[in-house]
Design a protein around this ligand. Structure first.
Ligand SMILES: Nc1ncnc2c1ncn2[C@@H]1O[C@H](COP(=O)(O)OP(=O)(O)OP(=O)(O)O)[C@@H](O)[C@H]1O
Ligand SMILES: [Mg+2]
Length: 332
């Protein structure tokens, strides 16, 4: 696998008139490899847009090493500018032009063959609306036109900052289908979002940022597996007695109204056998596997991010998981 985007130790502070500087990026790392659909996940204000802007030279980083397609970024980005597309600031289009005319002008300016215009419109599902004026486009259509403009160069890498922002569910689905189609064609995609379900549906890899630092990275499966505490929901006729039995066996248990949650279970069959051995017959035994949302909350929410050594079960076998150190307060 070759690195398509590498970021190491990226730092950026913004000057403030009062209250000292605001640290937006505090030694952030990111690795995107060829062929990945890589989700860049983090809460509002965690540094996603600043990272992408720094990568593209739209804001000057204070420190860090970055490359795009092997070229030092942003210094030598020009050398690979034909090979990637990025939509980071929402582009402004001239409302009186049609979508097709807009792309034709961009194609001419970029020395791209005119035939690509229709291909790009097709790719983003705007072929039927290509002759409408841009001012008559919905927000979702404008976003897709922006993606089409980035596709004119037939890039091997596409960088999208919050492409689902402001879209309705249908628009989000169209954007998702489009990204999947691009991925199927072998385009590497880096997509930032704070919509976890979206990332979980589209992306194979994910990097989670919190307060300007990477707090988790790896395949979606591996990141989730790193947070699998072996929790099971258990329903039995006598929950209180069952809890005692389970606790006596060295497992952690929390009693809820009509069920128990048992943690640290390696093999559910053993749990069932243990309870059965005390005439406690299990009616339901459901694994509580973490989803990206619970992991995200654990890493970035009110709860303090975990240290590497108490991150729970072993990482998945299909990739690596890295858990950064506890993120410090970075703003004054
Ligand atoms: N031009 C700027 N001047 C001052 N502070 C800024 C500037 N741009 C960003 N920041 C600050 O840097 C931090 C990171 O912002 P950034 O826009 O990168 O977050 P984000 O992860 O993209 O958030 P969102 O999900 O809301 O888009 C925030 O605290 C923000 O207020
Ligand atoms: Mg942003």
């Amino acid at each position: 696998m070759s690195a398509v985007i590498e970021i190491e130790g990226l730092r950026k502070s913004f000057r403030r008139l009062r209250h000292g500087d605001r640290v937006a990026l505090d030694g952030f790392d990111l690795l995107v490899e060829a062929g990945q659909v890589h989700g860049f996940l983090g809460p509002n204000g965690s540094g996603k847009t600043t990272t992408l802007r720094a990568l593209l030279g739209l804001v000057r980083a204070d420190a860090g090493r970055m490359t795009v397609l092997g070229q030092p970024a942003p210094r030598l980005l020009r050398a690979v500018s034909n090979r990637f597309g990025a939509i980071v600031e929402s582009p402004q289009f001239f409302g009186n032009f049609t979508g097709r005319k807009t792309l034709q002008l961009l194609a001419t300016a970029g020395g791209v063959p005119a035939v690509r215009v229709d291909e790009a419109l097709e790719r983003v599902g705007l072929r039927d609306r290509g002759d409408d004026r841009v001012k008559a486009y919905s927000l979702g259509m404008k976003q897709r036109l922006a993606v089409a403009s980035a596709l004119l160069k037939q890039p091997e890498l596409l960088i999208l900052d919050e492409p689902a922002n402001g879209l309705d569910p249908a628009g989000i689905r169209e954007m998702r289908d489009m990204m999947r189609a691009l991925a199927a064609d072998g385009v590497t995609v880096l997509v930032s979002s704070h919509i976890l379900a979206e990332i979980e549906l589209i992306c194979d890899h994910v990097t989670i940022i919190s307060r300007g630092r990477r707090v988790a990275a790896g395949t979606v499966r591996a990141v989730l597996a790193g947070f699998d505490h072996g929790d099971y929901l258990v329903r039995v006729a006598e929950p209180a007695r069952a809890a005692e039995v389970v606790e006596a066996a060295g497992l952690r248990v929390v009693i809820h109204d009509d069920h128990l949650v048992v943690s640290g279970v390696d093999d559910p069959a053993r749990l069932s056998e243990l309870l059965g051995g005390h005439d406690l017959w299990v009616r339901e035994l459901t694994p509580l596997t973490p989803d990206l949302e619970s992991v995200f909350l654990e890493l970035t929410g009110a709860r303090v991010p975990r240290q590497v050594d108490d991150a729970g079960g072993p990482p998945g076998t299909d990739g690596h998981v890295e858990l950064g150190p506890t993120t410090p307060e970075v703003t004054a």
